[in-house]
Each structure stands twice: as structure tokens, then as C-alpha cells.
Design a protein around this ligand. Structure first.
Ligand SMILES: [Zn+2]
Length: 214
């Protein structure tokens, strides 16, 4: 999506990170190296924790981003749990800035699906779709309970250049790659360009139709 935005508008698009509980956009921002988001450490303390135990993780390990505000007045936040899953790095950046970088957010705690005992983030499936020819980065995961088992159907749009006749083959390729890279068996329905509903703001990637428990 970023490449498409850059190509069509003739600009360099950088990622900006924020959350309204902290200050809104501007907590961290990419530089022109587009290699992770520099976190403004003079205003925020960043940590990554194991979301299960709450323990701090060493730099480079993936876990939940936790932010403490250092200069915010009236409504400071102490170790605010963002639910965003990411990694931190303090390796030198090509731009010369030394602020630690937050790497790409790969999912959210509350997005995680447990499919037949396998922990799955929608972003893992997205990563497979982005790497394959024939599909566009518009998709939804439909999760249902069939008997006592969870079942996932991936609905994904075909690349506008793909022929209708190739849809079945594209679908088989996606199912194969998801099985080998993510570890779950899925049905894949390839839809025509524009058929997956677009949302304003954050994309809705999962339709969980399983009966609610508890
Ligand atoms: Zn940089």
C-alpha cells in the first residue's frame, strides 16, 4: 500500500505512530531511511514486555510495546500497555539519529486468533499475501466454528491484472503458502478487485463468527 501511495502521489511516505492515550500521532516517526520509527526518547520511555508474564524483554525480541510518558503533564501515563506487538532496536540508523527505533508493528495482542491451538496474527497472513503474485493487499479472514473445530476462510482480492481463469490457481497457491508459513489450513476465496469492503480508518481484517464464550 505504501509503494502504491508513493507511486501515485510522487512522494516518500513515512510511518508515524501514536495513540490518543499518550498524545495522538507523533510518539514515534520514521525518517527517510524508512527503517523503523524513531521513538522520541526525550519524552517517552519505551519497553517491550512479554504480554503473558509482563516481564521486560531484551532488545530485539518481539513483544508488547509499553510506553511511559516523561514530560506529559496533568495526565501522565506509567507503563501504558499499547497491545501493539513489535521490537525495539538501537542499532545505528542510516539517517544518523540515535533515538531507538520501534520496528514494524506486526500485530496486536487483541488481534491474535487461536486456530486449533495455533496462535495466528492476521498480519502473518497479510505477509504471505503481499509476497505472492496475483493477489492484492485487500483481504478479510472469516473465522467460524465447524463442529468443534475452528475454520478460517481467507477472502482476498485478485490483482486487477489477473485473469478470472487464474483465480482458482491463485487461491490454491495462497492456501499452500499459508499452510507452510503460518501452519494453518485455510479455504481461500479469490474475489474480484473492489469486492472486499473498505473501511474508514483502521482496516477490519477479521470477521469472527464463532460463538462467544464466557
Ligand atoms: Zn533514521
Amino acid at each position: 500500500m505504501r509503494r502504491e501511495i508513493e507511486r501515485r502521489l510522487g512522494l516518500k511516505a513515512v510511518d508515524i505512530y501514536g495513540l490518543s492515550e499518550i498524545m495522538g500521532p507523533g510518539v514515534a516517526c520514521e525518517c527517510v531511511a524508512q527503517a523503523g520509527l524513531h521513538g522520541w526518547e526525550d519524552h517517552f520511555l519505551f519497553e517491550v514486555i512479554d504480554p503473558g508474564t509482563g516481564r521486560s524483554l531484551p532488545e530485539g525480541e518481539a513483544g508488547e510495546l509499553v510506553i511511559t510518558t516523561l514530560t506529559k503533564e496533568a495526565l501522565p501515563m506509567l507503563r501504558y500497555r499499547t497491545r501493539d506487538i513489535t521490537r525495539l532496536t538501537s542499532e545505528p540508523c542510516a539517517c544518523g539519529r540515535t533515538h531507538r527505533r520501534i520496528l514494524r508493528v506486526t500485530g496486536r495482542n487483541d488481534d491474535m486468533l487461536i486456530i486449533r491451538g495455533v496462535n495466528v496474527y492476521p498480519s502473518q497472513i497479510e505477509a504471505v499475501l503481499v509476497g505472492l503474485p496475483g493477489s492484492a493487499p485487500h483481504y478479510q479472514l472469516v473465522v467460524e466454528r465447524k463442529g468443534s473445530l475452528d475454520h478460517v476462510t481467507i477472502e482476498v482480492e485478485a490483482d486487477p491484472a489477473a485473469e478470472r481463469a487464474a483465480y482458482a490457481e491463485i487461491g490454491r497457491g495462497i492456501a499452500h503458502h499459508v499452510k507452510s508459513l503460518v501452519g494453518i489450513t485455510t479455504d481461500v476465496v479469490v474475489r474480484r478487485p473492489g469486492e472486499i469492503p473498505r473501511s474508514q480508518g483502521k482496516a477490519v481484517r477479521v470477521r469472527d463468527l464463532r460463538p462467544k464464550t464466557g
